[in-house]
Design a binder for this molecule. Structure first.
Ligand code: IMP
Length: 173
């Protein structure tokens, strides 16, 4: 169940998204930007942030699911990947949350084999305490404590993704 007040309200989220979009717009000025959303979780953050980025860009998606097998290896399955040649693109991966880092690390290495001009990562939430694999994050919305959160695209058992705010979720016992 959802506990207490939201960790981040819809208003707080939108104002942080604007700040991140400003930094991204400044950095990618005059660069051929390809914004890549990692689905499903990033669908809401992705659509908010691309609308706030003030430079021309193209979009694509990666659909991936991970099954963590051990502490350091995950079996990451990719169901949809970026299409076409990316060697002339500056790619920005847009992710909802980084927890152990296993999923994002796998995706990052996979994208790097396609030789983009550059690769940066923007994650809305960073659960840094839980990190097992060190993935470089260039833009971070918020660093959060080790709590399970839902809303704003994030799910528990595929539910709660549609909430416009982010809340801590505790399993009923
Ligand atoms: P990883 O451990 O960094 O590989 O994270 C794998 C995936 O677990 C993330 O992309 C999320 O989809 C999911 N995840 C991790 N922490 C949370 C959470 O607090 N709420 C919802 N999903 C989470």
């Amino acid at each position: 169940m959802i506990t207490g007040k939201p960790l981040f309200t819809a208003e707080q989220i939108q104002s942080r998204v604007k700040e991140l979009a400003k930094d991204i717009s400044d950095y990618y000025k005059k660069k051929d930007l390809l914004a890549v959303g990692i689905l499903k979780g990033a669908f809401m953050f992705f659509s908010d942030i691309v609308r706030q980025i003030e430079i021309p860009l193209t979009v694509d998606f990666i659909i991936a699911t991970s099954y963590i097998k051990t502490q350091t290896t995950g079996d990451v399955k990719v169901f949809y990947d970026i299409r076409g040649d990316v060697s002339d693109k500056h790619i920005l991966l847009i992710e909802d949350i980084v927890d152990t880092g296993v999923t994002l690390n796998h995706i990052r290495e996979r994208v790097l084999t396609r030789n983009p001009k550059s690769l940066r990562i923007c994650a809305f939430l960073d659960k840094r305490e839980r990190r097992i694999v060190d993935v470089p994050l260039d833009y971070i919305g918020y660093t959060i404590p080790n709590e399970f959160v839902v809303g704003y695209g994030l799910d528990y058992d595929n539910k709660y993704r549609n909430l416009p705010y982010i809340s801590i979720f505790k399993k009923k016992i």
